[in-house]
Design a protein around this ligand. Structure first.
Ligand SMILES: Cc1cc2nc3c(=O)[nH]c(=O)nc-3n(C[C@H](O)[C@H](O)[C@H](O)COP(=O)(O)OP(=O)(O)OC[C@H]3O[C@@H](n4cnc5c(N)ncnc54)[C@H](O)[C@@H]3O)c2cc1C
Length: 440
């Protein structure tokens, strides 16, 4: 026998202190917990808050995420004059607050996605919820060279050509790396900069990029290559002025005067706490489908933390909106499932049919008649497989029509594709306290 899961819906909003085994952490309940306060998480929060879900967003450092590190955002629609990253993210935050989203500035340490009640754990709390949206983004991989920290982001070291190319018009820039991203972004930069110097770790002519990109780059008059080099240190005043490269063969230090340096040596997703809990790509990004489902019911991922093509604010916003809407649908369907379908008062009979299939649709009146014949002993629920795919997945029904019978305890006792009158009467008569004669 299979027991179907139900929501402890009456717990929402309650606060309790739980015992020794969970280190006296305070437990709070929400409908949705969002991990990460970047563009994707804040957008998901706006959608969840507006849908009147009891929503908590947890951010570990700066509300607004990576976008706050950039001075000027010129490609986010709606701001033809451009807007500062911090200013834009403050607007996102303000809008989410307007819809009563709660915020906590703390680090999520671990998650438990088993079962219907998800748990998100921080240093002091355990947040229980019905759905989780992961928008934890990522961080660009850095070289680890001397003074790198000092010049990160708007001080001269950038990680985003799409974002900062225009600000380097007629300037000299350096690109670190020789993979596809480095070479393709480097070529993009040549449309703006007067010179793009590429530091490549390999021997002359060798790159990690694909062959076509390599050939195009070698033929680009604005690109200059410094082979067998790595960054030794970054130097300057307030802003970056010089990148000291080290020749790996000779050990020679080569100072290169630049206006900016773009590092493209990879990107690391913030997914450590989700390992073995969610499906990840080889590069440790979370794999989702196009509605941001992770494969774990009720857990969604959005923004840069997903395995996807273009990592920008506009795409993070789109992902966050979808994740918010899907989380809301999931919670609503789960509540229908718990409160209406898996009611615990009578013997239950669920008829799964398809509204676009005439024979299965035409059996609906017969089902209603049978329910009426049993008086208050049987409760009939009807699911249109075409519209309620998620509910059908939950009930593991993949064909229609189909009838599912369960006891008052929610124990499924029969899943049957035989939906004829005698079979249904036979089954119900085995379950009810007062069997009845089959009606015509
Ligand atoms: C320098 C720079 C300039 C850019 N410029 C542009 C631009 O001009 N235009 C554009 O469209 N895009 C730009 N981008 C890209 C853009 O910033 C990202 O695509 C966007 O921020 C992704 O949003 P996100 O919400 O997915 O992730 P993020 O912005 O990375 O937000 C994720 C958040 O999750 C938090 N977090 C992570 N782990 C935890 C945890 N365990 N607990 C709690 N919180 C956690 C992080 O602190 C972070 O705030 C730029 C990126 C950089 C680095």
């Amino acid at each position: 026998m299979r027991k179907l899961h139900m929501w402890p819906s009456e717990t929402c909003g309650a606060v309790q202190i739980i015992g020794r085994d969970m280190r006296e952490k305070k437990v709070e309940q929400y409908d949705v917990v969002i991990i990460g306060g970047g563009a994707s998480g804040l957008t998901a929060a706006i959608y969840c808050g507006r849908a009147r879900l009891n929503t908590l967003l947890i951010e570990k450092s700066l509300m607004g995420g990576l976008a706050t590190y950039t001075n000027e955002i010129e490609n986010y629609p709606g701001f033809p004059e451009g807007i500062g990253g911090l200013a834009l993210m403050e607007l996102f935050h303000k809008q989410a607050k307007k819809f009563d989203v709660k915020f906590k500035l703390t680090d999520v340490k671990s998650v438990d996605f088993e079962g219907d009640v998800k748990k998100v754990e921080t240093f002091r709390n355990i947040f229980e919820c019905k759905a989780v949206i992961v928008g934890s983004g990522g961080r660009p991989r850095t070289t680890g060279a001397t003074n790198e920290e000092k010049y990160l982001f708007d001080k001269g070291i950038s990680f985003c050509a799409t974002c900062d190319a225009a600000a380097n018009t007629d300037k000299t820039v350096m690109v670190i790396g020789s993979g596809d991203a480095a070479i393709e972004e480097g070529m993009f930069l040549t449309r703006f900069a007067k010179k793009v110097i590429v530091s490549v770790i390999h021997d002359v002519g060798k790159m990690d990029a694909n062959e076509i990109a390599r050939e195009q780059a070698l033929g680009n008059p604005k690109m200059e290559f410094m082979w067998n080099t790595v960054v030794d240190s970054f130097e300057g005043g307030e802003q970056l002025e010089t990148v000291n490269l080290k020749n790996l063969k000779t050990g020679e230090i080569l100072p290169v005067v630049v206006d900016s340096c773009f590092e493209f040596i990879g990107y690391e997703p913030n997914t450590e706490i989700f390992k073995e809990k969610l499906n990840m790509s080889k590069r440790d990004y979370i794999i989702t489908n196009e509605v941001m489902e992770t494969g774990v019911p009720g857990v969604y991922a959005c923004g840069d933390v997903r395995e996807k093509e273009l990592k920008q604010i506009s795409t993070a916003v789109g992902d966050g909106a979808i994740a918010g809407v899907e989380a809301e649908k999931y919670i609503a369907e789960t509540e229908v499932f718990a409160n209406q379908i898996m009611q615990k008062e009578r013997i239950g009979m669920i008829y799964v049919y398809s509204a676009i299939d005439a024979p299965s649709r035409e059996m609906l009146p017969m089902m209603q008649e049978i329910e009426a014949a049993y008086g208050d002993q049987v409760k009939l629920s009807v699911i249109d497989q075409y519209k309620g795919q998620r509910l059908c997945d939950r009930l593991a029904c993949d064909v229609d029509p189909m009838t599912i019978f369960y006891t008052e305890d929610g124990e499924v006792v029969e899943i049957s594709s035989e939906c004829d009158r005698p079979s249904i009467f036979d089954m119900l008569n085995k379950l009810v306290a007062k069997p009845i004669e089959q009606t015509a």
